[in-house]
Design a protein around this ligand. Structure first.
Ligand code: UDP
Length: 374
């Protein structure tokens, strides 16, 4: 079989590049280790007819018009503003921290934005330039909320305290001085009707695209040479693991998803409930039927336990890993016609929209002269 473009991995990055190249007339082969497409966005209907995500909740949000236009080519999306609540000290509070969070946790009676700003000013410890996750949180909300809502959740999630992580990890969560309890504030916040897997099916539904599932690229790589370009979306260190001088491993976090089927209409009042305390080992419980207000007599919930072994889901952003990554990146940059793309290959904590954006940008950079506009 003639292959112009070889792509390793059928997640966001791989599918986007496949779709772009196939539409430009190239023959594309995707090699995917798992038995399904869609990467960690993969979802399916469970035994109760509820659409569930196999690898945790995926909430699409973006401020990028181009990405929004692009994803709308492959599905109808309905507006969905994600909200998260947390159980703290036996109380239930909104996260991100807003006026209600402070009132509920500390029996305060803050009413206005000014009240909240004043409370934050009295409690926060100011850092001009937070150098790690602990400083980032202290700078925003101060030590009491840091202890209750961020310190132990982060330890459970990363097996590191916030001080051992880049500030950017904790800065993903904003602080609100009003009552806004939405998790994100982006212009576009939506879910695809019928689920994410359908989006990927639609992206890959092209006569120029072949997908080979259940195949580890490293087992078959000798059979697939002679391509024009190779796009690799797996963990960057895996690509070089047979090279002796690069033995330092990058850290990744994986998640152990433990599902329970429950013979009741609902288990909890919200799609995601965080458990930032030490009293339980899991970080959060996701009840998928809340997404899109799905109806069913029964429900299922998923408890998330993060672990260091298993499929890599999260890079671990800190100084040490960044330095190791730079070494791999230098190796990667030396290769011609081989491109590293996506969360695992770039070792970056991309959101979904950033993954789309990076793949689209890479395509444009490589093919600009020929492809013109997107
Ligand atoms: N975080 C926290 N408490 C929470 C929620 C998040 O300490 O209740 C911290 C934690 O370190 C987490 C980071 O903020 O890894 C980013 O959270 P986000 O919800 O963006 O993580 P994701 O959904 O990507 O797992």
């Amino acid at each position: 079989m003639k292959v112009d473009i070889l792509i390793i991995g059928a997640g966001i990055s791989g599918a986007t590049l496949a779709e772009r190249y196939a539409n430009a007339g190239k023959k594309v082969l995707i090699i995917e280790k798992r038995d399904h497409i869609a990467g960690n966005c993969y979802d399916h209907y469970d035994q109760n007819g509820i659409l569930v995500s196999k690898y945790g909740a995926h909430l699409f949000h973006t401020n990028d018009d181009e990405v929004w236009e692009y994803v709308n080519r492959f599905a109808e999306w309905y507006p969905w503003e994600h909200r998260v609540i947390a159980r703290v000290d036996g109380k239930t509070v909104p996260i991100p921290v807003n006026i209600s969070t402070v009132n509920i946790l500390f029996d305060e009676k803050l009413e206005t934005e000014d009240d909240m700003k004043q409370w934050l000013e009295q409690n926060r410890i100011s850092f001009d330039q937070p150098t790690n996750g602990e400083e980032a949180v202290l700078n925003r909300v101060g030590p009491v909320l840091y202890d209750k809502m961020f310190k132990h959740y982060t330890k459970k999630q990363w097996d590191k305290y916030p001080a051992e992580l880049h500030a950017s990890v904790l800065e993903r969560i904003p602080v609100r001085s009003n009552y806004d309890d939405r998790y994100f504030s982006d212009k576009y916040q939506a879910l695809p009707k019928g689920g994410y897997t359908k989006v990927f099916e639609s992206m890959l539904d092209h006569p120029n695209i072949t997908v080979l599932l259940n195949t580890d690229y490293f087992d078959v790589k000798d059979q697939y040479e002679g391509y024009e370009k190779l796009f690799y979306t797996g963990p960057v260190d895996r690509f070089f693991e047979f090279e002796e001088e690069l033995t330092e491993k990058l850290e990744y976090r994986s998640i152990n998803f433990v599902t329970e089927h429950i013979d009741a209409e609902y288990y909890q009042e919200n799609s995601v409930v965080n458990y930032p305390g030490r009293e339980v080992d899991f970080t959060r419980i996701v009840e998928h039927k809340h997404f899109g207000n799905q109806k069913s007599d029964k429900t299922s919930i998923v408890k998330e336990y993060t672990v260091d072994e298993g499929d890599p889901y999260y890079p671990v952003p800190n100084e040490k890993n960044q330095l190791i990554y730079e070494k791999y990146k230098a190796k990667a940059d030396q290769l011609t016609d081989v491109y590293f793309v996506g969360r695992l290959a770039n070792y970056k904590y991309f959101n979904m929209d950033q993954a789309f954006k990076n793949a689209l940008d890479l395509y444009k950079t490589l093919e600009h002269a020929k492809a013109g506009a997107l």
